[in-house]
Design a protein around this ligand. Structure first.
Ligand SMILES: [Zn+2]
Ligand SMILES: [Zn+2]
Length: 255
């Protein structure tokens, strides 16, 4: 029996003024290597490699948005365990496990999430090896490098771009905005002002034109009976929010 805790967590080195364990070092090395691969993109372009990157962009991206964010962090809906674990595994392939889930405390009590927590960089290495075996450098560069780096920046954009550019339709008392570009790139997570207004909501794009592919997938899972307890704001809750906006506008005019 391997003592994961001892080898992957308790072992430390001192570097750049902080302590690094195995997972930190593997993450850092992985991020540097993935960016290096992404830079090689023009030299290894092939259509099959491009489409493998698109497919993995959606699979691992939905893992982050549907599983990590809406299902595990906000508990916006429930899935049967096997499906919850499967979507979480898709998210692991995004290389963002630690970044997204480190504050979700109740996950540590489940052996499956403890295993992912200790080993998540290794799953990306395994996928990289698989891609290389299947399609050589083009698949590795596009399927791992370009895909992972783009998704990292799209998700990063939620917290930077969506707090700077876009529309604020709900008076949330913060800088959150709805941004269509991040909405498209991050599978619906760019409707960030909506999300701040109704954090529990499984749906982020409320209007028909606010494309939210994560929500379409949740809606589909609900229709076939797999997603349950799907939380949405009621019309009353939306109206109450909208009324808050009106009152604030009025008081602004008077001042
Ligand atoms: Zn925010
Ligand atoms: Zn959130």
């Amino acid at each position: 029996m391997i003592d994961w805790d001892r080898w992957l967590v308790k072992w430390h080195v001192e570097f750049l003024g902080r302590q690094w364990n195995f997972v930190d070092l593997a993450t850092l090395a992985g991020l540097v290597y993935l960016h290096y691969l992404a830079v090689l993109a023009p030299f290894y372009f092939t259509w099959p490699a491009f489409w493998s990157a698109v497919a993995l962009y959606y699979i691992s991206g939905v893992g982050v948005t549907l599983s990590f964010h809406r299902n595990l962090s906000h508990k916006s809906f429930k899935l049967p365990k096997w499906l919850e674990y499967l979507f979480a595994y898709c998210g692991v392939l995004s290389f963002q496990y630690e970044a997204r889930l480190k504050n979700v405390a109740d996950l540590k009590s489940q052996a499956y999430y403890r295993f992912l927590h200790y080993t998540y960089p290794l799953h990306s290495v395994a996928l990289g090896v698989l891609l290389y075996a299947k399609g050589g450098m083009p698949f590795l560069v596009w399927g791992m490098g370009v895909r992972t780096v783009l998704l990292l920046h799209a998700v990063f954009g939620i917290n930077s771009i969506c707090h700077t550019w876009g529309q604020q339709v709900w008076d949330t008392g913060d800088l959150s905005k709805n941004n269509w570009f991040i909405g498209l790139m991050a599978h619906g997570e760019g409707w960030h002002n909506n999300h701040h207004a109704f954090e529990y909501s499984a749906q982020h794009g409320f209007e028909w034109w606010q494309i939210d592919i994560t929500w379409y997938l949740i809606r589909f899972l609900q229709a076939v009976g797999l997603a349950t307890d799907v939380k949405l704001p009621t019309e009353t809750q939306k109206k109450r929010r909208a009324l808050c906006n009106k009152i604030n506008e009025e008081s602004l005019k008077q001042n």
